[in-house]
Design a protein around this ligand. Structure first.
Ligand code: GDP
Ligand code: IMO
Ligand code: MG
Length: 428
């Protein structure tokens, strides 16, 4: 029996899609447990590139069960568009290989409208959200006025909930943000169509995932976003609205923590972030531009240029601690090839002391100065290495140092975007 988690260890876009796809070969079930279509997970198989947002990355294999958990916020329009996109690429998804939680909350048109309106109203203090309605949907969940998948399937319940919500949200949209009202009938009719399309997929996913684990099946939990976008442990308020850390699995898939065997943190060999918020090792110079160009660091969901910086061990230590990581998978080591001197932040200087934890207060974080170690670089032969031994010596020194400083082993090294550019070092 094995249940394991794949998590982003930084600010998202670490290569979770690639690693989930790789590890899914040995899994029977792949579960998304938080977030929504704010995620953008890229998987390259042969000469084909797939961009997934809401659908679990296990979908590219035949005979795997894919699960959208109760912790996910689900935009049905986006879901069916993604299923069409996959169909056009020859990937068939039916109720036999995808199930959706009856408890997942629905993203409604007013959530998207509010997301955009709130961002605009924040002005220069905007978060830089993806505009997919994620925050307002989780707000309604906590406020207890959200609409769940199971509510949508009951026409009368849905009608009542939608009426209440439209009335309340129209007040906010018109009176606070000066926007047009949303039309109840239009949304009601549109969502009734989704209800019937969604119905065959809907299940109690906690029961199903539990039974799969008990039956000795391998279950992979695919995280979205990353450690520092977690609503509790991230760079609040510059975070997403869900728990992206390992604890999110228990809540977002209805599975007790004792059933989880391992958690692998996906870490890029450097750091990126998309959207606003602090970033201690950010490179605003030519080196940052170089990494962005070589690493193709542009968002999958919004197309925005990703901010780039050196690897930050303080972040990785925090990820290892809060998620109980059993190992790291380090990706994009090839992107750093050709750089003469590669830097790694090993701690922060803060008020005359050296700290190795991530401060909660953004004001304190602003005072932190990264302390760097410098490493001799490596060449592009890293891209073709098939084993750990074949990696250039200096790349191995860099990787060893990550293990030493985080006190966590590296189980996988990724040397390129394709499935076959993956080196397994040990069990995850
Ligand atoms: P995710 O959100 O964590 O799934 O990551 P994204 O898909 O948003 O961004 C990661 C990008 O890096 C994608 O374009 C991947 O195809 C690519 N990628 C993943 N691993 C590697 C690697 O080891 N080397 C290179 N060069 N690209 C990689
Ligand atoms: P994957 O799964 C990187 C960021 C947004 C913004 C903040 C809040 O591909 O790693 P939201 O729309 O969630 O309210 O935006 O979170 N963000 C991501 N950044 N990768 C992601 O997903 C992200 N999902 C959200 O840019 O800063
Ligand atoms: Mg991404």
């Amino acid at each position: 029996m094995s249940a394991f988690i794949v998590l982003g260890a930084q600010w998202g876009d670490e290569g979770k899609g690639k690693m989930t796809d790789y590890l899914a070969e040995g899994a029977d079930v792949v579960v998304r447990f938080q977030g929504g279509n704010n995620a953008g997970h890229t998987v390259e198989v042969g000469d084909k590139k797939y961009k997934l947002h809401l659908i679990p990355s296990g979908v590219l294999y035949k005979n795997k069960l894919n699960v959208i958990g109760n912790g996910v916020v689900l935009d049905p329009k986006a879901m069916f568009e993604e299923l069409d996109y996959l169909k056009n690429l020859g990937v068939t998804v039916t109720e036999d290989n995808l199930i959706v939680s009856d408890r997942a909350h629905l993203i409604m048109p007013y959530h998207k409208a509010l997301d955009l309106a709130k961002e605009k109203a924040r002005g220069k203090n905007d978060i830089g959200t993806t505009g997919k309605g994620i925050g307002p949907c989780y707000t309604d969940k906590a406020e207890r006025c959200g609409i769940r998948v199971c509510d949508l399937l009951h026409k009368d319940v849905f009608k009542e909930r939608l009426k209440e919500n439209i009335e309340a949200k129209n007040q906010v949209l018109t009176k606070i943000y000066g926007l047009d009202e949303l039309n109840f009938d239009e949304i009601y009719e549109e969502y009734l169509i989704y209800a019937e399309k969604l119905r065959p997929y809907v299940k109690d996913i906690s029961v199903r995932v539990y039974n799969e684990i008990k039956a000795g099946k391998n279950v992979l939990f695919e995280g979205a976003q990353g450690n520092l976008l977690d609503i509790d442990y991230g760079t609040y308020p510059y975070v997403t609205s869900s728990n992206t850390i390992a604890g999110g699995v228990s809540i977002g898939a209805g599975i007790g923590p004792n059933l989880i065997d391992s958690a692998v943190g996906i870490a890029k060999a450097y750091t990126t972030r998309v959207g606003k918020g602090p970033f201690p090792t950010e490179l605003l110079d030519e080196m940052g531009e170089h990494i962005r160009t070589v690493g193709h660091e542009y968002g999958v969901t919004t197309g925005r240029a990703r901010r780039c910086g050196w690897l930050d061990i303080v972040i990785l230590k925090s990820a290892a601690r809060v998620s109980g990581l059993t190992s790291f998978a380090v990706t994009k080591i090839d992107t750093l090839a050709g750089i003469e001197k590669v830097k790694m932040c090993v701690g922060y200087e803060f008020n005359g002391e050296v700290i190795d934890y991530f401060p909660a207060s953004l004001e304190d974080l602003a005072l932190c100065k990264p302390i760097y170690e410098e490493f001799d670089g490596w060449d592009s032969s890293v891209e073709t290495a098939k084993t750990y031994e074949e990696l250039p010596k200096n790349a191995k020194i860099y990787l060893k140092r990550i293990e030493e400083l985080t006190d966590t082993k590296i189980s996988i090294v990724s040397v390129g975007p394709r499935r076959d550019q993956t080196i397994v070092v040990s069990e995850i």
